[in-house]
Ligand binder design. Structure first.
Ligand code: SF4
Length: 327
């Protein structure tokens, strides 16, 4: 099947089968750019079904870039609560401010300019260029990657590196309807070439799909190793409340309330009390109770009984729960 045939088959399938998603509504081009920016930030590491209600609420309260750029940060984070990876919403606000001040209120359509904005990497820059500006990019998200790996039966370690997949994706070709086409391949992965039980009978490109022919749909991934890290965490307790501080020290959970802690580099011996996985870190944590003998900047005493009422990262909540269960 040549590229043009693949392109047409996928687009025809999309035109009939695409889902109605709130960021796919027919709106002005300015709104479409804003909707794409917000939805792409939300969709980083989060499923479509989870994002839909968050997106609707966000857009209802923060309908444009100008409002976003001036929105109170604490209230902004509230709209993100439950989506996790909070640095995304902070970067989204910074991006809005930069667009207002340096790009004359216009989200740039240029891939490199997009990539210069906070929170926008290779994938998001190509997704925004394609979806919002109809530029000929095919962003390699998890869905497109899966279709590609199965269609070409890419299994070996050297075949599934990012660099090789970027090369192999040329098989999809390009369409003048770049915005629809990028979304069409993603949609094919999301609805038909699903991680488990792909629905090949309904797939528009099954005819030449090697995985379908072999009836082998198992996907291989490059194995990522979680880094082992070690932290000594200090617990200060007063009137049954725990002291938290604003995290200005570590790159993870920046500006969130965490327990005071310090990293121990390559300890010879480390008796951990608990273990928490965060991003690509395997955090080994040792807990020590201590007395407060010096002033802490921006202290925040939290009552574990009201844990659900605080805007705290799951990481901190897990530690509070651990402490409450190990009194
Ligand atoms: S035929 Fe099946 S395995 Fe191949 S791309 Fe389509 S859904 Fe995926």
């Amino acid at each position: 099947m040549n590229n043009k045939i693949i392109t047409n088959k996928i687009l025809n399938w999309y035109d009939i089968n695409k889902r109605e998603l709130p960021w796919r509504k027919q709106v002005s081009s300015k709104k479409k750019q804003y909707y794409t920016l917000v939805s792409e930030f939300m969709l980083q590491q989060t499923q479509v079904a989870t994002v839909i209600p968050y997106f609707k609420k966000f857009i209802k309260n923060i309908p444009n870039l100008e409002t976003l750029a001036n929105f109170d940060e604490k209230k902004l984070v509230k709209f993100w609560e439950g989506l996790g990876y909070y640095s995304r919403v902070r970067n989204l606000k910074k991006t809005a401010q930069i667009v207002i001040n340096d790009f004359n209120k216009n989200i740039p359509s240029n891939y490199l300019e997009l990539k210069s904005l906070p929170g926008i990497g290779d994938y998001t820059a190509s997704a925004i260029s394609a979806i919002a500006f109809n530029k000929p990019f095919i962003p390699l998200d998890g869905n497109i990657e899966r279709v590609l790996k199965r269609y070409l039966y890419l299994k070996k370690e050297y075949q599934i590196t990012k660099e090789n997949l970027q090369e192999e994706k040329k098989i999809f070709g390009f369409s003048p309807r770049s915005s629809d086409y990028a979304q069409a391949i993603m949609e094919l992965g999301a609805l038909i070439c699903k991680p488990n039980n792909p629905n090949c009978e309904k797939c528009p490109i099954s005819e030449k799909c090697i995985s379908y022919e072999k009836k082998d749909f198992i996907l291989n991934k490059i194995k990522k190793k979680n880094k082992n890290k070690y932290y000594l965490l200090k617990v200060f307790k007063k009137n049954q409340k725990y002291l938290l501080i604003k995290n200005t020290q570590f790159n993870f959970l920046k500006n969130f309330d965490i327990f005071p802690m310090q990293e121990i580099i390559k300890p010879k011996k480390f008796d951990k009390d608990l273990n928490i996985k965060l991003s690509n870190m395997n955090m080994n944590i040792k807990i020590e109770y201590d007395n407060l003998d010096k002033l802490v900047t921006t202290p925040n005493w939290i009552d574990p009984k009201n844990l659900k009422d605080y805007t705290l990262p799951t990481f901190t909540k897990k530690i509070v729960n651990y402490l409450e269960n190990h009194k």
